[in-house]
Design a protein around this ligand. Structure first.
Ligand code: PEP
Ligand code: MN
Length: 263
């Protein structure tokens, strides 16, 4: 179902009024984790002014260590909804297991499947029973073929609203957290009609690499970006080292807009 053979035209996915796919570009920005209402709402306003059209924020966090901050849970989704009311930005948030799927269907506009869950087939099957857009991140050691088959698990259940998200893969290189596979853009777009967005934040793992890779992603023909932004990266509760400040994001967006128009 994800294969271009069955759907010649690019699929355009509707995220509560915001379109992604074809000529429609998604700019999703926000903190790694939602921390509190005041900062989230203020940040969402700044991101919207800078040109973001969707808001990301983690409420359930897949942390490497069980002793690290695990997210605010449902309270985080409530805060994101307040930010949506204030800005109109649709919400993207990660669901880690099937337990909270009903709350996510009610409270978020795009359900993110994290890299660590790309092969959680029970979760993918459950998402196939909904009609929510799903942002399917590439597993850190997954081939493009395996990734396509994960989309197939969602679509097999009847949910065609899948957006691929390349977020870097594990290689021998250690200068960056992961290695961004921009070749996935033309490969996915050849194999599939579904949109693909690039997350340079989790690929780079370090702030200074992000603008260069975000701009490259636009030129590669990607259908969107997902970028972590925090009002005070030094003090972020997760992934601060790879968060842009709102001012850095605004500056980057000026370049992105010029490149996106040229495409
Ligand atoms: C995230 O988006 O904060 C995240 C944990 O991403 P990934 O699943 O790509 O590591
Ligand atoms: Mn993160």
């Amino acid at each position: 179902k994800a294969n271009r053979r069955f759907h010649e035209d690019d699929s355009v996915i509707d995220i509560d009024g915001v379109k992604v796919g074809g000529s429609h570009f998604m700019v999703c920005a926000g903190p790694c984790s939602v921390e509190n209402e005041e900062d989230t709402v203020a940040l969402a306003k700044a991101l919207k002014d800078a040109g973001a059209n969707t808001l990301r924020g983690g409420a359930f966090k897949p942390r490497t260590s069980p002793y690290s901050f695990q997210g605010l849970g449902i309270e985080g989704l409530r805060i994101l909804n307040t930010a949506k009311q204030e800005t109109g930005l649709p919400i993207v948030s990660e669901l880690m297991g099937t337990e909270h799927i009903d709350e996510f269907v009610d409270m978020v506009d795009v359900i993110q499947v994290g890299a660590r869950n790309m092969s959680n087939f029970d979760l993918l099957k459950a998402l196939g029973q909904t009609n929510k857009p799903v942002l399917l991140k590439r597993g850190m050691s997954a081939t493009i073929q395996e990734w396509l088959m994960s989309a197939e698990y969602i679509m097999a259940g009847g949910n065609d609203n899948v957006i691929f998200c390349e977020r870097g893969i594990r290689t021998f290189e250690t200068a960056t957290r992961n290695t961004l596979d921009l070749q996935a853009v033309p490969v996915i777009q050849k194999e599939s009609h579904l949109p693909i967005v690039i997350d340079p934040s989790h690929a780079a793992g370090t702030r200074y690499v992000i603008p260069s890779m975000a701009k490259s992603a636009v030129v590669s023909g990607a259908n969107g970006l997902q970028i972590e932004v925090h009002q005070d990266p030094e003090n972020a509760w997760s992934d601060g080292q790879q968060c842009l400040t709102p001012a850095e994001f605004k500056d980057l967006m000026q370049h992105i807009n010029i490149l996106a128009e040229m495409e």
